[in-house]
Design a protein around this ligand. Structure first.
Ligand code: BGC
Length: 742
């Protein structure tokens, strides 16, 4: 049953029945309630009926996650929820702690790094559809996600919530997510706009970045979200840019987002990201959430009166210090959001924890896992040959959906890796488990408890000795470790302290490798990690934080029921110093952080400096093999308005069905400004039966050849020679073809 009774049901819904019962086209209704009229007409009608106080009341929170509507007019409240991997459990009105509902357990979908690693926009659409349905069922109007901040350094604690290091990949992947969420009458709120690439000093750090890097690297996914995805809300970030906090930033919000990109939706502050009324009013913010709420001086019943966009704004308006047009622009935007979501009576009811959602979570997780290394001797596991299977590592048994900050979830069901493996094997296979190491495990986040008791009394030495002992007699050993969602790991509000695996895991892996050559390492993480043992381990799989169906999806891949087809959405450097932000830029900086590396982020840096990564952007193996060849272009030159077709043949040369992601990179041979050796400009995931060949076709336009000219403040495609590279990874180019732009 749906739960409309649990919220203050606005007058409009009483008149039209519960949401989902059909639209309001009654001619006796006031125009703003008549859904057959154009949206803008309804907005103007509603606006004309509102008092000054009612207008201001719409622009700030009334609880942790909701804002007031206009009760007198039957305009409902707006309810937000995190985001971005599942629907956050209900919290108390004014606290982060749990409301204690028993019907708010959700499906956890894989983390966005995993989604990006599918390199499959269809998976994005499935993710968006599924999470949108869960948001609807929980009667949310705004989903606080997806996040598309660029992966600048492996130390950023929030990378797992984002879509990797490449602007083209994240742009392609973010659009279907948004579109499908919004089909549910739920706004996506793409975050954190912009330059929020670290957690250290996140509330104060001023990011110094050149215009080229801003436009070529850090903004494109947001731009795609607005221009192609049609996103209805954008969340400002905590950090500063050009000395102004990004939640009220003239340059980012008014000039770029609203003026240049024509964004017609709502700019929502990050929770506690607003610092000044005048700036919030003038510099593009529309709705304020999460500011301090302990100032009860304005009214004991509603501390939210004290928000920057509450009484202080009202007073400014009354004194004539703030203009009506700016206020009305904000209110129009909030009304637009309201009509698109809360007041939309055509939206579906949604569903929570449906079998379809669990299946979607499992499918996306399986498709996102990346086989980093495989000599074919361990993976895929053959339970008839590997009869004694040893699983080692805390992440095999640890729930990962609780923790990590605002994306922490309360799930109906979470299948851990060990459970997934146990479910997958038949009686002929004996599975045993050894802990191997112990983290600083916590079992609670914001009052949500995993219910797991992971306490351990054995010493670190003993744990290793026990694991080694068990490994000696095992036919195969699967080590499942990586990071977790604790502070200092993959977790909001902190960055990682170091690039290496924590809790002494390297020692455990080395010790296991010494006694058993049939070792596969599975990493559960949202970030790259150092692998000093890589030469001694025959198989490595990046499994990400994969949500409710982690264990089943992992078992699918380990036992070969799903042939891995994920590709890395970011580079794994050998050493941290080989990452551009650490080699040349600054991290974490202090009051300011200088992105001295400019546009040379991720593989762009590795290419420019010829630094071989541990695993390259776009890398990912399969249990079959593919050949990519016959790379051709249909012409040798391209005109300013023309297109060029690049084709390549891809063949499955192995003995099982599988999917390959064919990647197109473009390099600019002659340019006035420095350019990366090559940049991703196209990709296609192709499913192939053994022996099957398909031709992949990419259309190249001058737009794909252009760079942001910071002297002209415009994108420019400069005539000259270019190369189209086609391959299976950024470091695995199989063919190339030259052409010119006239
Ligand atoms: C996070 C946002 C989140 C918000 C609401 C903030 O701390 O940065 O990503 O949506 O809290 O929970």
């Amino acid at each position: 049953m749906n739960t409309c009774f649990l919220k203050i049901v606005p007058a409009l819904l009483f008149m039209t029945g519960c949401a989902g019962n059909g639209g309001s086209t009654d001619n006796n209704l006031p125009p703003y309630q008549n859904e057959s009229l154009p949206l803008e007409e309804r907005i103007e009608d509603a606006l004309s009926r509102m008092t000054l106080e009612e207008k201001v009341a719409m622009l700030h929170a009334q609880s942790k996650f909701s804002s007031a509507g206009v009760p007198r007019l039957g305009i409902p409240e707006i309810w937000c929820t995190d985001g971005p991997h599942g629907i956050r459990p209900e919290v108390l009105w004014d606290e982060w702690n749990q409301a204690g509902w028993t019907n708010d357990s959700c499906t956890a979908f894989p983390a966005l790094t995993c989604l990006a690693a599918t390199w499959n926009p269809e998976m994005s659409a499935l993710f968006g559809k599924s999470i949108g349905e869960e948001a609807r069922y929980r009667e949310k109007d705004v989903l606080l996600g997806p996040g598309v901040n660029i992966y600048r350094t492996p130390l950023n604690g929030r990378n797992f919530e984002y879509m990797g290091e490449d602007p083209y990949l994240s742009s392609r992947m973010v659009v279907p997510y948004i579109q499908q969420v919004q089909k549910n009458g739920v706004a996506a709120c793409v975050k954190h706009f912009a330059l929020n690439n670290q957690e250290t000093n996140r509330q104060s750090v001023d990011v110094v970045v050149d215009d080229r890097a801003l436009h070529e690297i850090y903004l494109p996914a947001f731009k795609a979200a607005v221009e192609q995805g049609g996103v209805w809300a954008v969340m400002g970030s905590y950090n500063k840019y050009k000395g102004q906090h990004c939640c009220h930033n003239q340059y980012l919000l008014n000039d770029i987002l609203k003026r240049d990109w024509g964004f017609d939706g709502v700019v929502i502050s990050d929770w506690g990201g607003v610092h000044d009324t005048k700036q919030a009013v003038e510099n593009g913010l529309d709705m304020e959430f999460g500011s301090w709420t302990n100032g009860l001086t304005w009214g004991a019943s509603n501390a939210y009166d004290n928000y920057y966009l509450a009484h202080p704004y009202l007073e400014m308006l009354k004194r004539g210090e703030a203009d009506q047009a700016t206020l009305d622009d904000k209110v129009r935007r909030v009304l637009r959001l309201n009509f698109r979501t809360a007041m939309n009576t055509h939206k579906p009811f949604g569903s929570l924890n449906s079998p379809e959602h669990l299946a979607a979570a499992r499918r996306i997780a399986g498709e996102g896992m990346v086989l980093l290394k495989n000599d074919g001797k361990v993976l895929p596991l053959d339970p008839t040959a590997a009869k004694r299977l040893l699983v080692v590592g805390e992440n095999a048994v640890r729930m990962m959906t609780v923790g990590g900050g605002s994306s922490s979830l309360k799930v109906r069901h979470e299948c851990t890796p060990l459970e997934g493996i146990l479910t997958a094997v038949g009686p002929e296979c004996e599975v045993s488990f050894e802990r191997g190491y112990v983290s600083d495990a916590t079992d609670t986040y914001d009052g949500v408890k995993t219910g797991q008791d992971l306490s351990e009394t054995r010493s670190a030495e003993r744990l290793i000795a026990d694991a080694v002992q068990a490994a000696r007699s095992a036919d195969a050993v699967i080590f499942i470790g990586g990071l977790n969602k604790n502070w200092g790991q993959d977790c909001e509000s902190t960055d990682r302290a170091s690039y290496g695996l924590p809790y002494g895991q390297d020692r455990v892996i080395e010790a296991l490798a010494e006694v058993n050559p049939h070792l596969a390492v599975v990493l559960v993480s949202g970030n790259a990690v150092a692998m000093p043992w890589i030469d001694r381990v025959p198989a490595v799989l990046e499994a990400w934080f994969s949500g409710s169906e982690t264990g089943n999806a992992l078992a699918d891949v380990l036992f070969g029921r799903v042939n891995p087809s994920g590709k890395l959405p970011f580079t794994f450097p050998v050493r941290l110093e080989e990452n551009a932000a650490h080699a040349m830029g600054e991290f974490p900086g202090g009051d300011t952080v200088h992105y001295n590396e400019g546009i040379f982020v991720g593989y762009r840096w590795h290419d420019a400096k010829a630094i071989r990564p541990l695993f390259a952007f776009g890398h990912g193996l399969s249990y079959t093999t593919f050949e990519i060849g016959n790379v051709k272009a249909d012409r040798t030159s391209l005109t300013a308005n023309g297109t060029l077709r690049v084709t390549a043949d891809v063949t499955n040369t192995g003995d099982r069905a599988g999917a390959e992601v064919v990647q197109l990179y473009i390099g600019d041979a002659e340019s006035t400004l420095p350019r990366p050796v090559k940049e991703l400009k196209g990709f296609e995931k192709v499913m192939l039966e053994p022996g099957q060949t398909r031709t992949v076709e990419f259309t190249v336009t001058p737009e794909a050849l252009s760079y942001y000219d910071d002297t002209k403040h415009a994108w420019t495609a400069e005539p000259g020679r270019f190369t189209a590279y086609v391959g299976a990874a950024s470091d695995d180019i199989r063919g190339q073809v030259d052409f010119t732009l006239e």
